[in-house]
Design a binder for this molecule. Sequence first.
Ligand code: ADP
Ligand code: MG
Length: 704
Amino acid sequence: MSRPFDLDPLFRAVSVLPGIGPKNAKLLEKLTGGPKVLDLLWHLPVDFIDRRFSPKVADAPDGRIATISVTVGKHFPNARKSQPYKVWCHDETGTLNLVFFHAHKDWIEKQLPEGKEMIVSGKVEHYAGHPQITHPDIVKPEDRESLEALEPIYPLTAGLTNKTVRKAAQGALGFIPKLTEWQDAAFKKKNGWADWDTCLKQLHFSPPPENIPPSTTSITGGLLNEEARARLAYDELLANQLTLALVRNRQKRQSGRIFKGDGRLRTRLRAALPFALTGAQERALKEISADMEAPARMLRLLQGDVGSGKTVVAALAMLSAIETGAQAALLAPTEILARQHAESLKPWLDAAGISAVILTGRDKGKNRDALLQKIASGAAQITIGTHAIFQEDVIFADLGLAVIDEQHRFGVHQRLMLSAKGRGTDVLVMTATPIPRTLTLTAYGDMDISRLDEKPPGRKPVDTRLIPLEKIENIVDGLKRQIKTGARAYWVCPLVEESEILDLAAATERYDVLHSIFGERVGLVHGRLKAAEKDEIMTKFSRGDLDILVATTVIEVGVNVPEATIMVIEHAERYGLSQLHQLRGRVGRGGDKSYCFLLYAGALGATAKERLSIMRETEDGFIIAEKDLALRGAGDILGIKQSGIIDFKLADLNAHAELLAAARDDARLIIDKDPELKGPRSTALRTLLYLFERDQAIQYLRSG
Ligand code: ADP
Ligand code: MG
């Protein structure tokens, strides 16, 4: 089945919308994350300006949006470019100053002819006692209507105005089709929800709700239309849970195999380990063995903080598959991580006498053919690699166990593709992201979970300090001293280029500064580099050819440079705690004492302070994640959100936790009753999956 025709208008390019040419289409895509009308429709206003308040000049309070009828007075063009152009206006109660920066004289004169009545609207500010509005919206009295009483405010990106986005979004509303209801009728009724199209239109404020009380400055979008948002959030959660249920169901239907090794390889590996396994590692291994020895397919998540020792657990699990004569594969999200895995596994695999190959996107031609040959013949007992392993011509002799590291970089369907490469292949997913229990459900559905909640002994705590950004000089001085003694440092900045968020310290800028101080031994990595370029710089840093690695959060996942002992994080207050935790986990890996400097800007509020203090108090990722969730709500846990594990457009897991539970129950019931989605509700439910672009699950309905 392919996408229902009804949805076609939503999947058209935004260039069909009013005011959207090729340039704006590109910007919209950047803004909304997709090129389609649908992507724009999911891009909801975050606020509304209330333009209904129309006082006299003398009564206009400071800081409030007001729409005021005035007579235009004298113009005061700016003498210098840096100065504003001013226009004095008045009504019978007083004078209102209009202020324009970088405006064209001709344009202002045309907009505001002296002596004419005009309506101006904007935020009133009192400057030296006089009311003024900077860059007001201006209309003629007869066009008063065009100043929408309640104006939706969209999140923007550089180059796009609210007006453009609003106009396009209003145009997009016309593309919303009527669809057959997929929600359970009783459930919908109980919640008093409207149809999906009505809800979506409401969220874009069309038609404007009538009974909104006049507000002081603006109305927070979240407080408006809560019902409409809840309904669509539920739809999204249902699509998510339905996908996971379908995947799970398919996994279950495919019969698994019993992998019960005799332990000979594992004994050899254990004998070669310079340490004893922790209690948590032993527990996880028991759970994994039990799964592998059972006839059903394993689908298990191994959750463990950075440094908790997941690799050795994975190695032992792989050996138990190999003991039965099957092969194992280990997948990493990047080339560099795949190579690092291969390197750290090598002594262990050598000890056990196991042959492994590495397969990444870099392998081409004859070399690749030779690798594929080894994999196909079974000569390669372990294959370590990147998503290159997913390619169709990679054929295993007998893949028994697939281990996926940092799985959130891979999609659910990729997980399926991998398990499709073997007969009854068991799957073990490893993640270092400490996801609170309440959230594992959405991220992983019904996976079984093993947790490494105990660190290997002998780790030195990372000395974590909160430092105001103004003291950055001290950090630089400290770095100079430390580098002389051979230390290596990460320096993390939030964004790569100054853009819509103006005051973010840009990584490039910081790089320039550090480069001017430390010279060629400073490197820069960021998300816009090609994977190979990124890897090259990372490798230089890990070899010691660089002392300082300036980075955006691309270093978050996985790199292991034990010699790095200093982590500087700029604008730490803007990061989610889980993400800070991941970043900090990059240091404290070697024998030397490590430091983490959390630089914050400005005066921190109480919550922000409390959040950052947690970082000083504990290094336990799960405690940090739970506290972060409690303090900020799920939608804000950047570490999780940015990792792409949980990527909801509408659902806010904090606000909609109950809906999540309901969606999960609903999905289970649906799949229990109708595993192939063939029943009466199924057509509508399939449409729902397409609507939220979870249709990959549908492809697997029949192929299973
Ligand atoms: P992660 O869970 O982040 O992948 P690793 O598997 O890379 O962690 O382990 C981090 C380091 O700890 C490695 O050098 C590993 O050899 C070591 N290690 C693992 N388990 C133990 C243990 N039980 N005792 C001591 N060191 C251990
Ligand atoms: Mg690891």
